[in-house]
Design a protein around this ligand. Structure first.
Ligand SMILES: Cc1cc2nc3c(=O)[nH]c(=O)nc-3n(C[C@H](O)[C@H](O)[C@H](O)COP(=O)(O)O)c2cc1C
Length: 205
């Protein structure tokens, strides 16, 4: 018994003294904890995400910093399973040279897909869309909703033979180009943090 107690004490001391700060460590700062806890989710429960929750997330999205407050994005949310299937089927039909399962699977089974288009008339619009997506990921995380940024559906839609037909469903204005997707839903997995290289960040004295 004494041995077990001693081992437990030693483990506790080791945990508090020798492990450097990493993504799993908690602080008392909710924003930092939310940022460090977010992971890309590739397995989702089929449970729908309520539209009130989605609108709260989108409110955070559109409050992102953006060049000259041009809000050079257009956002389309697909949460209707029938529309999602319609889009996926069209993506498969328009990419005949690709494996249909791979094309369908590129949405990672997320029950909600956010399609973000950028204004081609503004040179910084891709950054605006990226920052919007970042706010979507973090606000979703804070509300217990899992998320993932997806580039492959953008390719499979923009490069598809029937691209115009798919984009018509999304109904963007002229001069807008699909540039990023974000999948949302309740997570059915809890992946570990992927390693990050802090050496890519350096102070210049
Ligand atoms: C621009 C961009 C495109 C991405 N495209 C995909 C994708 O097509 N499929 C996918 O599974 N993950 C995609 N991801 C997710 C990344 O793989 C993921 O963010 C990265 O591996 C780091 O893992 P983490 O988000 O869990 O920290 C994309 C992320 C970004 C930012």
């Amino acid at each position: 018994m004494k041995k077990i107690l001693l081992t437990l004490i030693l483990i506790t001391i080791a945990l508090f003294t020798s492990i450097p700060m990493n993504a799993k460590d908690k602080t008392d700062n909710v924003v930092i904890n939310t940022i460090l806890a977010r992971r890309s989710i590739r397995q989702y429960h089929a449970t729908p995400v309520g539209r009130d929750t989605l609108m709260q997330i989108m409110e955070c999205g559109i409050n992102a910093a953006n060049g000259q407050n041009k809000q050079s994005w257009e956002v389309r949310i697909v949460d209707n399973p029938a529309t999602m299937t319609q889009i996926q089927d069209l993506m498969v039909a328009g990419n005949t040279e690709l494996n249909p399962d791979m094309v369908k699977g590129c949405m990672r089974g997320a029950p909600v897909m956010v399609f973000i288009a950028r204004d081609l008339n503004y040179d910084f619009s891709a950054y605006d869309c990226g920052l919007l997506a970042g706010n979507i990921l973090l606000s979703a995380q804070s509300l217990g909703v899992g998320s993932i940024v997806l580039g492959s559906p953008v390719r499979f839609i923009n490069d598809a033979e029937n691209s115009a037909e798919i984009l018509r469903i999304l109904g963007y204005s002229e001069n807008y180009e699909l540039c990023l997707c974000v999948g949302l839903g309740y997570a059915a997995e809890a992946p570990d943090a992927k390693p990050r290289d802090i050496n890519k960040v350096q102070f210049v004295d």
